[in-house]
Every structure is written in structure tokens, then in C-alpha cells.
Design a protein around this ligand. Sequence first.
Ligand SMILES: NC(=O)c1ccc[n+]([C@@H]2O[C@H](COP(=O)([O-])OP(=O)(O)OC[C@H]3O[C@@H](n4cnc5c(N)ncnc54)[C@H](OP(=O)(O)O)[C@@H]3O)[C@@H](O)[C@H]2O)c1
Length: 253
Amino acid sequence: MIDLSGKNILIIGASSGIGEEVAYTTSIQGANVILVARRKEKLHNVIEKINSHKKACYVFDVSDIDGINSMIKTIVSEQGKLDGMVYTAGISDGDVPLKYLNNKRLLDTFTTNYFGFVECVRQVTMKNMYNDGLRIVAVSSNAARFGDKAHIAYSASKAAMDASVRCMAKELSNKHVYLNSVAPSMVKTQMYIDYLKMNGYEEESDSSLSNRQYLGIIEPKDVAYAITFLLSEEARMITGVTMPVDGGFSTSC
Ligand SMILES: NC(=O)c1ccc[n+]([C@@H]2O[C@H](COP(=O)([O-])OP(=O)(O)OC[C@H]3O[C@@H](n4cnc5c(N)ncnc54)[C@H](OP(=O)(O)O)[C@@H]3O)[C@@H](O)[C@H]2O)c1
């Protein structure tokens, strides 16, 4: 049922992992995809695999908060007004116990995961930047709800994202803008592989995780399907929510 034909969907953080999969899934549903990330070569690899006639990519670092305004203006002037934006750019600086945490580490994580997100939403919802019914989806994390030692900056940045989604969705509803987030638990991407390595886990033997995430390890496409739904007309009664995509994690803690 989902049809994104002719819709301009901007995907920020599209060079790998979940964002890459969102590019494939939405283009299969007919979207014109506009991809943003820092790694040019990776972006080009993704673009080459997309069959859609209209596709584009832009190299940009979202930690350049002041540059987001001109990045969005350039994209809209070259590709047309936006119908959707997915913000999946994110970093995790791994396990940082409180005693090693400092303001710079907090700021670095918040700049990419949160400040960049709010500024992108601010800029795409300015006059003449979007078509009626704009849909925005942010990639949060179950870490926003569930505490874990040494994950202070990452968890807090995602909790800030979810709180802002609730506030901005209400504020933007009179402009017919819809805004939601998805909250995955462990997804099989580079971020997950790095996490296992850092904690000394073998993929198959990570039983503590599989006990909680009892449906198994999530593939990037599982998250991309949920995002594609939230970008569609079929989700027209959903705004301001955080949708878990967590293999049962949040029901078993
Ligand atoms: N994997 C998991 O288990 C998991 C679980 C819950 C939530 N998440 C969230 O899912 C999102 C995607 O992560 P992933 O697992 O797909 O990992 P990933 O493969 O590392 O993807 C991260 C994406 O963000 C982009 N990015 C990072 N910093 C950026 C910056 N400053 N400017 C522009 N783009 C930037 C990266 O591209 P460049 O490096 O090319 O810039 C890449 O395309 C993240 O927000 C993460 O927190 C992941």
C-alpha cells in the first residue's frame, strides 16, 4: 500500500547502516532520495545501487550547525521542496564511565545526535522548504529509556531527541508537519559490531542481549521498514511518538 512516488525524501546519515537501508527502501517505494553524510565515496556507492531516476547526494557534516541553513537551501533549490526527512546521523563514543566523561565528550555527542537534528528540523520547516504534509522521522535509540553504565552522553542525547520530537510535533502540527522517532535496540550495523568488540562479545554468544531482545538481532531493513511507514500517508494519524523497533527488548527488562 505504501506509495512514495515522486516524494522528495532527504536522508541525513545515509552513507551506511540504517540510513543506507532507508535510501533503498524508500526509493523502491518510488521516492526521489537525497542523501547526506560526510563520506563521499560511501555515498556514491549507495547512490549507484539505487535505480530511481531522481537521486542525489551531498557531502556535509551536521556538526557544522551554522552551515545547516545553507545546506538545506542548496538542496531545496536544486532538488525541489521536501516531502520527508529522516535524521539518522549519529555517533556513539562507546563506554565512557562518569569519571572519564567531560564537557567536550558530552558536547561532541550532543552536537551530532541532537543539536544537528533540531537545526535540521528548524531549517526544513521554514517557509518554502517543504510541501504540505511533510513527514520527519528521527532515529533515536532504546538507550533513551533504559539506563546502562558508561552510556551517559549517548543515552541523554537520544532522550533529548525524543523529548523534542514530542514538543516540536505539537508545535508544527498547524503547519501539517508530522514528526516521530523510532527507537531501535541492537541493529546489525558497524555500530553494533563495534559495541560487541568493545565488550569482548562474540556475535552468536551474546546471550545476555538475546535474552532481552528475544526476537533476535535487528537488521537495518527492519528499522527502514518502520521509517518508511512513518513517512507514508498511511501514518497520517501518528505524530509526536517514539516507536520501538527493538525485537521485544522493552517488554522484557
Ligand atoms: N546500530 C545500532 O545498534 C543502533 C541502535 C539504536 C540506534 N541507532 C542509531 O541509528 C543511527 C544510525 O546508526 P547506524 O547503526 O546505522 O550506524 P552507522 O552505520 O555508523 O551510521 C551512521 C550514519 O551517520 C552518519 N554520520 C555520523 N556523523 C555524521 C555527521 N557529523 N554528519 C553527517 N553524517 C554523519 C554516518 O555517515 P558518515 O560517517 O559518512 O558521515 C552514517 O551514514 C544512529 O543515530 C544511531 O545512534 C543504532
